[in-house]
Design a binder for this molecule. Structure first.
Ligand code: SF4
Ligand code: SF4
Length: 133
């Protein structure tokens, strides 16, 4: 969690802004799930903290078993999710945004607008996130 202790912007893949809304303590394995929970909790406490939207491995990927030496095993799929989230929010890779602003944009423009399933309906966790919307 060094990225959280530093004052530098926290790297975040844009589609993780959707995943964060649905987090309920489940994930690929115990370490991934615990670290993800801590990251969400920390960022939620500091909504003014800046995130940098990235097309690369981020603070979530750091502990993921699908992270193969810094590259996602499902790169094409997650790159599609990331681009769709940026387009819906009017943002671009490399933009820096306060965490709270980014999460609100994702909620308003994607989740509340009913666009989530059209973006990541083929994700293996869709059955969980799809329970809400
Ligand atoms: S279905 Fe997958 S990509 Fe979509 S919000 Fe849920 S965990 Fe994230
Ligand atoms: S490595 Fe891939 S599957 Fe794992 S958290 Fe990152 S984007 Fe998601």
């Amino acid at each position: 969690m060094d990225h959280i202790k530093s004052s530098a912007p926290v790297a975040l893949r844009p589609h993780h802004g959707m995943c964060f809304h649905y987090y309920e303590g489940k994930g690929y394995d115990a370490e991934f799930t615990d670290q993800l929970g801590m990251l969400i909790e920390e960022l939620s406490r500091t909504p003014a903290r800046t995130v940098r939207l990235t097309a690369s491995s981020d603070a979530v990927c750091e502990n993921c078993p699908n992270n193969r030496s810094g590259v996602c095993a499902d790169l094409l799929k997650v790159a599609r999710y990331d681009k769709a989230v940026l387009d819906a929010c009017g943002l671009h890779f490399g933009d820096t945004v306060p965490y709270g602003v980014f999460l609100s944009l994702v909620k308003e423009r994607i989740l509340d607008a009913g666009l989530r399933r059209g973006i990541c309906g083929d994700c293996c966790w869709d059955h969980l996130c799809g329970r809400s919307r």
